[in-house]
Design a protein around this ligand. Structure first.
Ligand SMILES: [Cu+2]
Length: 164
């Protein structure tokens, strides 16, 4: 074997990308292509996970965690959690077991009959039952147990949020 034995490694891949972009002056395009490939792989993964879920879209009223809601890429600033409540009695969040920290929680409340209320550990953030739209909350979530409910229907529109 010679000195230039090829080993498949991530470093090798990166240097190939670097050489390619230097030669072609297309750094942005290459980065975009790599990012797009990552997104495609990500959505393929989610598609297969979804198809293995027997309860997926079986009936309205999905409760709890829905990772399909999660943002596709991390932007600048706080990590984001996405919540949803709607006329189908869905009440969900993109991650039901986040790590402790500060979050931007964006809730899409499209219903005049329900609300999205997170509470526990001395914290409480809520949309209103009559109100609709995109609600944005910035909140610190220390480790602990929380609940998310629709206040008028706290019996069956509810789930636990565990921060750990
Ligand atoms: Cu409700």
């Amino acid at each position: 074997m010679g000195a230039h034995r090829l080993t498949p490694s991530f470093g090798g891949f990166l240097s190939v990308v670097a050489v390619y972009s230097e030669c072609m002056k297309m750094t942005t395009a290459v980065v975009a292509a790599v990012a797009a490939a990552g997104l495609v792989l990500g959505s393929l993964g989610m598609a297969s996970a979804e198809s293995s879920d027997a309860h997926s879209h079986a009936s309205p009223g999905q409760i709890g965690e829905n990772r399909d809601l999660a943002p596709q890429r991390a932007g600048a600033g706080l990590p984001k959690l996405l919540g949803i409540v709607n006329d189908d009695r869905d009440i969900e969040i993109s991650n039901r077991t986040p790590i402790p920290g500060r979050y931007k929680i964006v809730v899409r409340d499209s219903t005049r009959g329900h609300n999205w209320h997170l509470y526990g550990n001395g914290k409480s953030i809520s949309t209103t039952v009559r109100g609709t739209g995109r609600w944005v909350f910035k909140i610190r979530l220390p480790a602990g147990n929380y609940r998310v409910v629709c206040d008028p229907h706290f019996d069956d529109m509810e789930f636990d949020l565990i921060v750990r």
